[in-house]
Design a protein around this ligand. Structure first.
Ligand code: MG
Length: 402
């Protein structure tokens, strides 16, 4: 099994931040920024261990921030970010992981789906970087402070972290890199000739650099509450929630198993369909698409297209999840009900919850799978087929027209 370690760079002094406490140790709704960043990786099933690189002067702050967490012992960083990452990588070299995800301590709003996208891309490339396309018009400024022209933004992306790499390749690249202050690890990798894939990041995954950023982060934590802690009305929430529903039916036919919510359930019949006929994943896919107004499953994956014949339906749901991420959103919660007399769903429910979470990078408590019969009434009651209905709740940047 692939072993993936998260390397969190927390050695900066936050000189642009101005305050007495480096930004990664500032409290953010209780815990330190760093503790929230660590949690994003500790809560992710694909991450085996978390290693933090700290400034030697911050040891007490670090110990206080991570109390009770099971982490690798912290490593002292160097004079520059590049140095600190190299020292962090060296600390892992004795028991080298297969993959390392390097992440800024001051990006606490990393979600599991972004981690998934970086890891998935490392199946094909030596490096993968969470990034966002540049949407603003880009200007170049001359020495007098005037615009010296407009830069073509075609193909320009803003690099975030995590930046993931196959471990031996990035360790070698860092060892060979001159101390020239390369500002991210992708630059170190590019310099060494490694292929680095850009995968969609997330607008929420911003870096806390200024006091204003910290206030924005605090506002994001309380965005769903109607009033501020002082009782005064809060500013307009930066996020809004949208819901979508999905429904699907497939007919029983010959076979020895049915695919339900991504799990093969032994049965004396199969379900007939162009794909694997997974009614649960189809209903969920339509619910997610519905929440972002992105049509339905047949629009994205026409049954007339032979490439979807026999396709595993996790492709459809993962696609819907990517569309949410591309809009800067995330899936808050999914709930699906499977409707049949047989097979029995209960014994398979934990595996179904886990599989749906895996497909979308969601924690299990955001996924619900339920089942019901129809008391032997109707087509499901007569055992002619199965139905599923689902609802999805999606969080999107407020005011976004999707
Ligand atoms: Mg279907």
């Amino acid at each position: 099994m692939t072993r993936t370690v998260a390397l969190i760079v927390a050695a900066g002094r936050g000189t642009r931040f101005g305050g007495p406490v480096p930004k990664q140790y500032c409290a953010l709704g209780g815990p330190a920024v760093l503790a929230r960043t660590i949690a994003a990786f500790r809560d992710h099933p694909a991450i085996a261990a978390v290693q933090v690189v700290i400034h030697p002067d911050d040891r007490e702050r670090y110990d206080a921030a991570v109390i009770g967490l099971d982490l690798l012992p912290p490593v002292a960083g160097g004079a520059s970010r590049q140095d600190s990452v190299r020292l962090g990588l060296e600390s892992l070299a004795d028991a080298p992981p297969d993959l390392v995800l390097i992440h800024d301590a001051a990006r606490p709003f990393l979600d599991a789906a972004a981690i998934d996208r970086v890891i998935a891309a490392l199946g094909e490339a030596e490096g993968a970087v969470a990034a966002l396309p540049v949407t603003d018009t880009v200007k170049r400024q001359d020495a007098a402070g005037n615009s010296a022209g407009t830069v073509d933004r075609t193909g320009l992306w803003r690099a975030q972290t995590p930046q993931g790499f196959r471990f031996p390749a990035i360790l070698a690249a860092h060892r060979e890199a001159p101390a020239e202050g390369l500002t991210d690890d992708a630059a170190v990798a590019e310099r060494a000739g490694l292929a680095v894939r850009l995968v969609p990041g997330d607008e929420r995954n911003f870096k806390i650099t200024t006091e204003d950023d910290l206030r924005r982060a605090e506002a994001m934590l309380t965005e769903t509450s109607p009033t501020s802690p002082s009782g005064a009305p809060s500013a307009a929430p930066a996020w809004e929630f949208r819901m979508g529903m999905g429904f699907d039916v497939h007919r029983f036919g010959p076979g020895d198993r049915v695919w339900l919510c991504g799990v093969a359930v032994p049965h004396d019949r199969g379900l007939i369909g162009h794909s694997d006929a997974d009614v649960g994943l189809h209903a969920l896919t339509d619910a997610v698409l519905g929440a972002i107004g992105a049509g339905d499953i047949g629009h994205h994956f026409p049954p007339s297209d032979p490439q979807w014949k026999g396709a595993p339906s996790d492709l459809f749901l993962a696609h819907a999840g990517r569309l949410v991420a591309e809009r800067g959103g995330s899936i808050a919660q999914l709930d699906v009900t499977l409707i049949c007399e047989r097979p029995k769903i209960g014994p398979h429910r934990p595996a179904m919850v886990a599989r749906i979470g895996e497909i979308l990078g969601l924690a299990p408590d955001r996924v619900s799978v339920k089942a019901t019969t129809t008391e032997q009434l109707g087509f499901t009651g007569r055992g002619e087929g199965m139905a599923a209905q689902a609802i999805a709740t999606v969080r999107l940047p407020a005011g976004q027209d999707v």
